[in-house]
Design a protein around this ligand. Structure first.
Ligand SMILES: O=C(O)CCC(=O)C(=O)O
Length: 261
């Protein structure tokens, strides 16, 4: 499978001794084949077990579907590390070490998620900055995204606005997208258009982006291919949560999600 602009990115990273440099400059970094095919196979096996055995016991705030009544349309899982030993250990492993390296500090693992775009119906991910959800000061945090399927333009690969993490927090407004309730309200400016990079990924490739990096994904237009990924959120120990901002956001979210999940 070929990569588009991701090719350049991955080529650059392969040649770089320090992914932290690209992360600091661009606000994201792609590490091709960070996990082997065997490790991705283990992830998929455990994901299947988690969906069969753990998900039925979880509350609706941790399991989101594209269509509420249809389990085939699972789109997002939250806090997997808290509900399962295997995923808890995975979260503390190599991804955590890398998070320390990229943020240049000790880190706290805050969330491990499953992001799916079911074939044909997976909705777009609105442009957003994760830091808007995190409510941190300073916004020292990152998200990693591990491809479990080939991800490309057709099935909704991730797109980053290069170096947007250097330009501050953008205004956000409520969206109608479950799981991504806030989106950059002025997205689509010339700067976004010029600097957006499409990152195609293969299973085992790991992306990491800064909490201020603007990113989004299209919906899944493939009639047959899912687009599964795992997400890992780490906060630097130097980041402080703003409890007022967080509570206000949670109240907003609860209102928005009422009757929808
Ligand atoms: O999987 C996606 O479509 C987007 C994931 C995302 O927004 C994130 O990892 O922060």
């Amino acid at each position: 499978m070929s990569r588009d602009s991701g090719d350049l990115v991955s080529g650059a990273i392969r040649g770089e001794a320090d992914p932290g440099e690209a992360f600091a400059r661009d606000g994201y970094v792609l590490m091709p084949a960070f996990f082997s095919a065997d490790e991705v196979g283990e992830c998929l096996k455990n994901l299947e077990r988690y969906i069969t055995e753990v998900v039925p016991g979880l509350g609706s705030e941790e399991v989101f579907y594209e269509e509420r009544e249809n389990p085939e349309t699972l789109k997002q899982l939250q806090s997997m590390h808290l509900h399962d030993e295997w995923f808890g250990n995975f979260f503390q492993g190599r991804v955590s070490q890398l998070a320390c390296q990229l943020l240049g500090s000790e880190v706290i693992g805050r969330n491990m998620q499953f992001f799916n775009k079911p074939a044909g119906i997976g909705k777009p991910t609105p442009a957003h900055q994760d830091g808007f959800y995190f409510k941190l000061n300073p916004p020292l945090a990152l998200t990693m995204w591990l491809a479990l399927d080939p991800a490309d333009e057709e099935n909704g690969c991730v797109r980053y606005v290069k170096a947007s993490h250097l330009k501050g927090m953008r205004p956000h407004a409520l969206t109608n997208t479950l799981g991504f309730s806030q989106g950059v309200s002025d997205f689509g400016k010339r700067d976004d258009e010029v600097n957006e990079v499409t990152i195609t990924a293969l299973p085992g490739d790991l992306l990491a982006h800064h909490a201020l990096t603007v990113h989004r994904a299209e919906g899944n237009r493939s009639p047959v291919r899912e687009r599964r990924a795992l997400g890992f959120i780490f906060y630097s120990v130097d980041a402080v949560e703003d409890p007022e901002g967080r509570d206000k956001y949670r109240r907003q979210l609860a209102t928005q999600q009422e009757g929808k999940i």
